[in-house]
Design a protein around this ligand. Sequence first.
Ligand code: CO
Ligand code: ZN
Length: 342
Amino acid sequence: MSEGRSTLLERLKRLTEAYGPSGREEAVRALIEEEVRPLADEVRVDPLGNLIARRAPRGGAGGPSRRVLVAAHMDEIGLITTHIDDDGFVRCEAVGGQDPKVLVGQRVRFENGVVGVIGTEKLEDAKDLKLAKLFIDIGARSGAEARERVRIGDMAVFHRPLEQAGDRLIAKAMDDRSGCAVLIEAMSRLESSPHEIFFVFTVQEEVGLRGARTAAYGVEPDVAVAVDITLAGDTPEPPHRMSVKLGQGPAIKIKDLSVISHRLVRDWMTRTAEAHGIPHQYEVLPIGGTDAGAMQLARSGVPSGVLSIPCRYAHTPAEMVDAGDLENAVRLLVAMLEGPIG
Ligand code: CO
Ligand code: ZN
């Protein structure tokens, strides 16, 4: 078990530190592809860039064989360059959900390795803090120098290493590289399954669940599960009243703004967790959505649900998850895939 956990930690470090805003997932995909090739019967990349790793049914007890799609998104939130002024300061728009309050003072990194700091114009009132008031300082002495290093349309992401704090792990892009790591680990531990399983690493979740939409259409699954982070409501005066707590096990999503989890999937998760003594909790998320929202609407509809990883400080450079929750998410996913669906 401890061996599994350290592998998971190393993988999570590699994945979270990689560059991959929405639509620019190539580096993350290359890392994942290298790991899943030996674990899959077939690996392909679809036209939008989703990585699809298929496992043929092999053995497995009980219940009919189904086509199962398990998804985690590769992309992370970012910033996109819109203008560079003559003093060399870079202006940007958001790629995905960015909070200007979080951005001030952060370090960011572009795909070509250029690093910058986010500064702000003078504000009369804290309420005036908008993305339009912020700029990225890449250390250029002039507009010409800045334009040589960064072009319009280039994207930046948070620049931070993964760190451990007790049993908790802190990193940028834990949303959703932690889900990607859980999928890879589950693939490596999964022995027999009656199901044909498609592990899909999706693109462009943060800008509207785009990759999952085409992937689910192409795979045509009988049932779909997204593995993604959810908010934890266990900090002082949390912004959202949520019962989800770090360290209490993976959360079985009941609802968010994109999906009401299908009973079939919710019951499959609950029954499996109970049968294997895996800690779990229920989740109702008052904001946001996941790939399940798009997958459930593929073709004539796909029963879908979400296995959630509790996370504090989502969409910041310091997203925090509990190592035990990751381990239990892997255990639950493996047990689900090895058994009958319902
Ligand atoms: Co997100
Ligand atoms: Zn996510």
